[in-house]
Design a binder for this molecule. Structure first.
Ligand SMILES: Cc1cc2nc3c(=O)[nH]c(=O)nc-3n(C[C@H](O)[C@H](O)[C@H](O)COP(=O)(O)OP(=O)(O)OC[C@H]3O[C@@H](n4cnc5c(N)ncnc54)[C@H](O)[C@@H]3O)c2cc1C
Length: 356
């Protein structure tokens, strides 16, 4: 049996210590896993299987795979990672704790997983305006991103539901793709200057709120305002975006606030303020599309590899110093002559850390 499977299914808490555990198997997590595994790092990806764009039929601006079905992209990325020895577990990380050699995770099934480093690639949750009929069409004819699906609705009747700070921006961008764009104000503040800019670009504004979205299956038919059904082929919304940051918080991290939601702050390589924890993709960058999420995963993977390497070098150095002391003083003293047993501890540490 595959040694990885043994380790994951074993209740033995002394099971395999992976170099990196990746929470989340979307574009960011998969790209990081490939990068790490190609440097011969041992990697386990735990994925709950709710990639953000799964409701959409196709993914766009994905170079070389333009228009691919989101699930197919994930399948292909997973197969690539598996070909380098990455271990996948279809489950969710429900608990995380720091332990002396890294992190101890518990999965929904109760399975323990241990790793020296942790990459959060858990994505975000889109919180849609609470309007009847909206959620059923999310990702097909209820849209948020002109780059993801604007081309597909070019020239059509598009209604922008203005509920957040990006509404004018969205309306202007969709206005480039169709001359039949209408804004319905639904909680957002659209001042006179904004209304004038929209009018100049040929975009009508109706004061809401929106009462309901009418649809045939997942095809939007109309938006109801003041009891009147305004026909529409597509609806644009600005969801609030909440990073899936529960694991980060369990490890002592604090989620950062953004005008559009929450995110996990990190440096450009993805290193967070919590030692040993990296973040990549939508969990740390609400605006990241598939390409950006995947690029962030590659960068975080490379940075994690360097961080692990630095740790390995430090352990080797301390083992070497301790070994020198042992050869000079028979293991009974340090280089400055003090009695010490750190040489033994260092050798044990080097052995347990170099777990591959
Ligand atoms: C409707 C829609 C359509 C879109 N279309 C496009 C498009 O055409 N082109 C484009 O470039 N971008 C598109 N996007 C954006 C795209 O979805 C994101 O850029 C991309 O999904 C981000 O990848 P990610 O890896 O950060 O997160 P995700 O792809 O969301 O992956 C995160 C994964 O982590 C898992 N997870 C979460 N918590 C845990 C946990 N505790 N344990 C284990 N696993 C966990 C989730 O289940 C999920 O599988 C679209 C977004 C939406 C909402």
């Amino acid at each position: 049996m595959d040694e990885h499977i043994d380790d994951l299914s074993s209740p033995n808490p002394q099971g395999r210590l992976y170099d990196v555990a990746v929470a989340g198997g979307g574009a960011a997590g998969l790209a990081a896993a490939v990068t790490l595994a190609r440097s011969l790092r041992s990697v386990v990806v735990i994925d709950a299987g709710r990639q953000r764009n799964l409701p959409a039929h196709s993914a766009h601006n994905v170079l070389g795979r333009e228009g691919i079905a989101p699930a197919e992209l994930i399948r292909a990325g997973r197969a690539e990672a598996e070909s380098y020895g990455v271990r996948f577990v279809d489950d969710a990380v429900v608990e995380a704790a720091r332990v002396p050699d890294g992190f101890a995770l518990t999965l929904g099934s109760g399975t323990p997983v241990r790793a020296r480093r942790l990459l959060l690639a858990t994505g975000l949750v889109d919180e849609l305006p609470n309007i009847a009929g909206l959620a059923e069409c999310w990702g097909t004819t209820v849209l948020h991103c002109p780059y993801c699906h604007g081309w597909e609705v070019r020239g059509q009747r598009i209604t922008v539901i203005a509920s957040g700070p990006m509404a004018e921006h969205q309306a202007l961008l969709f206005g480039r793709l169709s001359d039949r764009v209408t804004v319905v104000v639904h909680g957002a503040v659209l001042d006179d200057a904004a209304r004038e800019r929209l009018a100049l670009m040929g975009i009508a504004v109706i004061d809401g709120p929106v009462e309901a979205v009418l649809a045939d299956g997942s095809d939007v038919r109309a938006v109801v305002v003041g009891g009147v059904a305004h026909e529409a082929d597509a609806v644009v919304v600005g969801p609030r975006m909440h990073a899936r940051a529960e694991i980060f918080e369990m490890l002592g991290g604090t989620v950062s606030r953004h005008p559009l939601g929450t995110y996990v702050d990190a440096d450009p390589t993805g290193r967070t303020a919590v030692d040993g924890v990296w973040a990549a993709g939508n969990v740390r960058d609400l605006s990241a599309m598939v390409g950006a999420a995947s690029a962030a995963g590659v960068l975080a993977g490379a940075a994690l590899n360097v961080d692990l390497l630095d740790a390995d070098v430090a352990v080797a150095q301390s083992a070497s110093v301790a070994g020198l002391a042992e050869s000079r003083f028979g293991g009974t003293g340090t280089l400055d002559g003090r009695p010490d047993d750190s040489s033994k501890a260092s050798r044990v540490s080097a052995k347990t850390t170099n777990n591959d």
